[in-house]
Design a protein around this ligand. Structure first.
Ligand code: GLN
Length: 358
């Protein structure tokens, strides 16, 4: 009886000690995992300094005007919960948003028609092929087992643009531009020289639009869909705009600077899932392997990455690698992700306090 009583007191002590140790472990974990604002600026500065003289990669030139964009342009921006922006380099000069636009047209369609509309009409699977692959369309059509595509490759993206509703082409366009502007927190405009250059050289996308119409993915007016898609890709954005757009996705669809709800919070996970699957073309797996972050690149040189509940990150630097992704943007975002411990797949083993096992 006495021994039993003593054990029981001991057990209570052990439980109390375990609780204290667990709380201490949690607080240490919180300190190393959750970043204070103080560590963000140094992480950005370090990435900027490390890569500012890196000359790898080459501007896209299949759209002639992109070849003339300043290859030295390099800007990094991170926007956090309170809308505070941390920046390094040139975050003012605009580049064309290009394929990053596909994220926000997809978001518009999901918001208006629900996540099933995208899943059933276009699909949400990686094609494993180039972003403007026609073979991917043929294969998806031939297997007949459902559309194995997604709204972040050109056939799916042009289809998504065709799904935005409006009485006229101009109504549809206004809806697209307003959606992007809500995400960015300022009125965006088209870079006319890029739009003209891409319109003069986008025969392949016109063919893709026609093919998607022929196979019934695009219901009507494929020419208009391709033209509006080309316009949306020519919208001008700087690194700060892109980081704000990413931050709006990081914080439940509400722009953390303006407070405007761009899309419902419930719809955000669908958008991020497709970004994680197909955001960096056929290098999406490699990207996710190294960062764990949903992201999207464009041939204008921008990449956005989303850290749900924490940050929107964006880098602009025009020279691209073979897969069509900005070299310095990939490196800088990867470094920042590592420095701040932002990979959502990373965790620390739970250390069972010794007192509990005894
Ligand atoms: N507007 C470009 C195109 O359709 C966008 C491509 C991209 O950024 N990958 O070719």
């Amino acid at each position: 009886m006495t021994i039993h009583a003593r054990r029981s007191v001991g057990a209570r002590w052990a439980a109390a000690a375990a609780t204290i140790i667990a709380l201490m472990t949690l607080s240490i974990g919180a300190q190393s995992g959750v970043q204070s604002a103080n560590s963000v600026q140094p992480a950005i500065n370090a990435a900027f300094d490390k890569y500012k003289d890196l000359k790898e990669g080459k501007n896209a030139d299949y759209i002639p005007a992109l070849a003339h964009v300043d290859a030295n342009l390099f800007g990094i921006a991170v926007v956090g919960a309170d809308g505070k922006a941390f920046t390094a380099g040139d975050v003012q000069t605009e580049v064309s948003i290009q394929s990053i636009s596909k994220v926000f047209t997809m978001a518009r369609v999901i918001q208006d028609q629900g996540p099933e509309a995208i899943e059933k009409t276009i699909g949400v699977d990686a094609t494993g092929m180039k972003f403007n692959s026609i073979v991917a369309v043929e294969l998806a059509y031939k297997v007949g087992g459902g559309p194995e595509m997604n709204p972040l490759v050109n056939p799916g993206a042009i289809t998504a643009t065709s799904m935005v509703q409006g009485q006229t082409g101009e109504d549809v366009w206004r809806k697209i531009l307003n959606t992007y502007s809500d995400f960015a927190g300022r009125p965006l405009t088209v870079l006319q020289d890029i739009y003209k250059s891409e319109s003069d050289s986008n025969q392949r996308n016109q063919a893709i639009g026609m093919l998607m119409h022929a196979y019934g993915y695009i219901k009507q007016n494929p020419g208009q869909a391709t033209d509006l898609y080309t316009r949306q890709c020519s919208i001008g954005v700087n690194a700060k705009d892109l980081a704000t757009m990413a931050a709006t996705l990081a914080f439940g669809g509400r722009n953390p600077i303006t407070g405007k709800q761009a899309i419902n919070a419930d719809n955000v996970p669908y958008v991020l899932a497709v970004m994680a699957t197909a955001g960096l073309y056929d290098d999406s797996g490699k990207w996710l392997y190294h960062t764990g972050l949903p992201a999207k690149s464009g041939v204008g040189g921008g990449i956005i990455a989303v850290v749900p509940g924490k940050f929107g990150i964006a880098v602009v630097s025009p020279p691209l690698d073979e897969a069509g992704n900005s070299v310095r943007a990939q490196r800088a975002i990867t470094d920042i992700t590592m420095a701040l411990g932002l990979n959502p797949y990373a965790s620390k083993p739970f250390r069972q306090p010794a007192a509990v096992t005894k």
